[in-house]
Design a protein around this ligand. Structure first.
Ligand SMILES: [Zn+2]
Length: 331
């Protein structure tokens, strides 16, 4: 592997971020600027997020351009098992046969046997699944290492990646801190960052979204006091406190709007309309030169319908829990 980096010699879609960290655009569904993978190119090279199955060759070529060949990669970590982050894990595991695959314990079995994961994804996405994600292939269970509340990835020469359980967006979500740089890989815990406008939009999909857990994960990330936030969608952000605060404000805005709509009627369309009328005005329009197609795909990943459905699902769960504990209280 080469040490020096001349950014002008790198293929487009690869961004050097210092300290041997590189962002590799996975060109999700063929579009730039949607899902980023990251390489930490140390003695024990590590990839964070692999993107979709459809992106596996893009990622392999990006790694090759950075001097990481098939036997070199030591670790593949995914922040959670959603297909835009982990869909390509089975393919990448085959391409890089020496790599260990690290994932939260609640996601591990789905990487080994993606049948259920793919079945429910197909129910949500229908025919769009193949265009957006492709099919996740199974990963040998013996190569998967699961982490719990916290965990560690050895990057070599004393450098480590520490995992922190951070549910809310998904119940199998972790954030990762690089001991050498203080960079925090945030997955989708803060939502989706738009590098064109600087806005953060929440990502609150069913069935796991949990508002209280999401807020607790934001507090955890704030307490870590990272140097930078490394978004999977999309890019590195240095305005750390401001961005975490904004992510919390956005979550509140969406949840409060859906809560009040949901109090009027259980009709999802009503809540969707309320969000469109009262929340979307918080976000700046995309600049004219941004790709309209990429914006559309980005919109699918944190779409209004999906976010509203996730928040509604959570509100209903909380209501059931409250009724249950009230009933137990009167026993
Ligand atoms: Zn995502």
């Amino acid at each position: 592997m080469h040490d020096g980096v001349d950014a002008t010699e790198l293929p487009s879609g690869i961004t050097p971020l210092g300290s041997q960290v590189f962002a590799i655009d996975t060109r999700m569904a063929g579009y730039p600027g949607i899902t980023s993978s990251y390489l930490i190119r140390t003695e024990r090279p590590c990839v964070i997020e692999v993107g979709t199955a459809g992106s596996a060759e893009v990622l392999r070529d990006g790694l090759a351009a950075l001097g990481v060949e098939a036997r070199d990669l030591a670790t593949i970590v995914v922040t959670h098992i959603h297909l835009d982050h982990a869909g390509g894990v089975g393919d990448i595991a085959r391409m890089f046969p020496a790599a260990e695959i690290v994932v939260h314990e609640r996601g591990a079995r789905h990487l080994a046997d993606p049948t259920r994961l793919m079945r429910s994804a197909r129910m949500v996405w229908g025919d769009r699944l193949d265009m957006l994600f492709g099919e996740m292939r199974p990963t040998e269970a013996s190569r998967i290492r699961s982490v719990a509340e916290t965990g560690e990835v050895d990057l070599g020469a004393g450098r480590r990646l520490v995992t922190h359980y951070s549910p809310g967006h998904a119940k199998h979500h972790v954030g990762l801190v690089d001991s050498a740089t203080g960079d925090l890989y945030v997955g989708d815990a803060l939502g989706v960052y738009n590098p064109h406008t600087g806005d953060v939009r929440p990502a609150t999909p069913p069935p796991d979204f949990d508002f209280d857990a999401a807020l607790a994960s934001l507090r955890l990330f704030s307490d870590i006091a990272p140097q930078r936030l490394m978004f999977s969608h999309f890019g590195a952000v240095s305005t750390v406190e401001e961005t975490i605060t904004r992510a919390g404000e956005e979550l509140h805005a969406w949840v409060e709007t859906v809560r009040s709509a949901h109090a009027d009627t259980a009709d999802l369309d009503h809540a969707v309309a309320m969000v469109r009328d009262h929340v979307l005005g918080r976000y700046r329009a995309m600049p004219a030169d941004a790709s309209a197609e990429a914006a559309k795909v980005m919109d699918l990943l944190s779409g209004v319908e999906s976010n509203v459905a996730g928040i509604t699902h959570w509100l209903d769960r909380v209501a059931v829990d409250q009724r249950r504990s009230a009933a137990e209280g009167t026993d």
